[in-house]
Design a protein around this ligand. Structure first.
Ligand code: PGA
Length: 248
């Protein structure tokens, strides 16, 4: 069965003082290593130290497709693991849109992460124009398929997929549980096609204006196995409420 995760994507937010106060005020129950946070890279080390007692696993929002060397500004998968990092978001729509990340580049990052032992969270999703043109399934499934070309998995815990409709990110417009569920069902089908039985157990998270008030109805859908949350993950009370919904 696919495990349920709650992942906070802090983007380029939080001062160091806010990070400290987040962990100081956080109280979580029933943490099965499934509550994760990706702070900005410069805060990863601090979050690993502060988060240790809460059982929260820490990752980055991006990683390099290269081992090491002359790649100015990149985030090394090896250094992240050495530091105690557990995962990396890959192909978030903001990186696709603002930094021109292609499916091919994203595929290389997924390969590198898995090779090094970092869990990639592959983010996919359509824009409003693509949805209105009736292209949601074709866009989402091609991002999925291209991101996963020649990826081999030993077990389902090595990869997480996050469906995030671009029009729902940071806009307050969440996809309805039905809208999200029909895309998640298609993603599940494709994962089965690519990975066989293992595809049944890979977690598929929903992201896009998830908050404590809508998380339960989203998680009630068969193939929605958790959330990737921006805004509502920044405050400890709200993040704790989102995590609590995973155990319902
Ligand atoms: P949001 O962001 O929850 O603020 O919409 C989600 C994301 O970008 O991962």
């Amino acid at each position: 069965m696919a495990k349920t995760y709650m992942i906070g994507n802090w983007k380029m937010n939080q001062t160091l003082a806010e990070v400290e106060s987040f962990f100081a005020n956080l109280s979580l129950e029933n943490n099965q290593n499934n509550f994760w946070i990706s702070p900005q890279t410069l805060h990863v080390q601090k979050c690993i130290t502060l988060g240790a007692s809460t059982g929260i696993l820490i990752g980055s929002q991006n990683c390099s497709d290269q081992d090491y060397g002359a790649y100015t500004g990149e985030v090394s998968t090896e250094s992240l693991i050495e530091m105690g990092g557990h995962f990396s978001l890959v192909g978030h729509s903001e990186r696709r849109a603002y930094y021109q990340e292609s499916d091919e580049f994203i595929n290389k990052k997924i390969k590198k992460s898995i090779e090094k032992g970092l869990v990639p969270v592959l983010c996919i999703g359509e824009t409003l124009e693509q949805r209105e043109a009736g292209d949601t399934f074709s866009i989402v499934l091609s991002q999925l398929k291209n991101g996963l070309i020649n990826i081999k998995l030993n077990n389902e815990a090595e990869l997480i997929v996050a469906y995030e409709p671009v029009w729902a990110i940071g806009t307050g417009k969440t996809a309805s549980p039905e809208q999200a569920a029909e895309v998640h069902d298609k993603i599940r089908e494709k994962l089965r096609e690519i990975f066989g039985e293992l595809g049944e157990d890979i977690s598929i998270l929903y992201g896009g204006s998830v908050k404590p008030s809508n998380v339960a109805t989203l998680l009630a859908q068969k193939n929605i196995n958790g959330g990737l949350v921006g805004g509502a993950s920044l405050k400890s009370e709200s993040f704790a409420e989102l995590c609590a919904a995973c155990s319902l």
